[in-house]
Design a protein around this ligand. Structure first.
Ligand code: PEP
Length: 251
């Protein structure tokens, strides 16, 4: 049986003091966590090291929000996988729709990042999802297929075990418009079927597929009760301990 994985993407929010405060609040609530639920926090780079120290021995995972695919070198402003590992990260979000849309990251670049994260020992949270225009013109499944297929080029079935896929319809991110549980479940089933075609039935059965897009305490239970939704990638609602905890306690 797959566990549920709830990850909070803080985006470009919280300086160091605010991060310390938020982690304290989350730690206060975490004692109610069930065994089959995993919680991951993804603060900005500047708060990673401090957060790693604060969450030690709590069972909370630590993720970054991006990384470069090269080992090191003249890439001003970039952060490598090795640097993330050195401050205690075990996860990294890759291919978030904001990286794709605002920073122009194509599937091929995301694939390079996924491969580097995996060869370095980081577990990627690999984000995919269609825009509103793509949903409205009926190309949701084609877009999801293209993003999954191109993103996973050259990734072995062994490495796939470390990948979490986050299906995040772009029209539901930060908009308050959540996909209905049925809409989300339909795409999750499609992604699982695609993984079966690309890899095997076993890979498809075991891969964690999170849903992301305006998840909050009030809608978490019905979304996460869907058989193919294995957790959530949370943006806005993870910035308050009360609402983030409300999501993982709602399951
Ligand atoms: C996200 O950015 O990954 C996200 C899901 O944001 P929100 O929960 O705010 O829609």
């Amino acid at each position: 049986m797959r566990k549920k994985v709830i990850a909070g993407n803080w985006k470009m929010n919280n300086d160091l003091n605010q991060s310390v405060e938020l982690i304290a609040g989350i730690k206060n609530k975490i004692s109610s966590l069930k065994n089959n639920v995993e919680v991951i926090v993804c603060p900005p780079f500047t708060s990673l090291e401090t957060t790693a120290a604060l969450i030690k021995n709590t069972g909370i995972g630590l993720g970054a929000q991006n990384m470069h695919f090269e080992e090191s070198g003249a890439f001003t402003g970039e952060i490598s996988a090795k640097m993330l590992l050195s401050v205690g990260c075990n996860y990294v979000i890759l291919g978030h729709s904001e990286r794709r849309a605002i920073f122009g990251e194509p599937d091929e670049l995301i694939n390079l990042k996924l491969k580097k994260a995996l060869s370095s020992g980081l577990n990627p949270i690999f984000c995919i999802g269609e825009t509103l225009a793509e949903r409205e013109n009926g190309s949701t499944f084609d877009i999801v297929k293209k993003q999954v297929t191109n993103g996973l080029v050259g990734i072995s079935s062994d490495d796939l075990k470390k990948v979490i896929i986050a299906y995040e319809p772009v029209w539901a991110i930060g908009t308050g418009k959540t996909a209905s549980p049925a809409q989300a479940q339909e795409v999750h089933v499609y992604i699982r079927r695609l993984i079966k075609e690309l890899y095997s039935a076993d890979s498809a059965e075991n891969i964690i597929i999170q849903y992301g897009g305006s998840v909050k305490p009030g809608n978490a239970a019905e979304l996460l009760n869907q058989p193919d939704i294995d957790g959530a990638l949370v943006g806005g609602a993870c910035l308050e301990a009360e609402s983030f905890a409300g999501i993982f306690t709602a399951i």
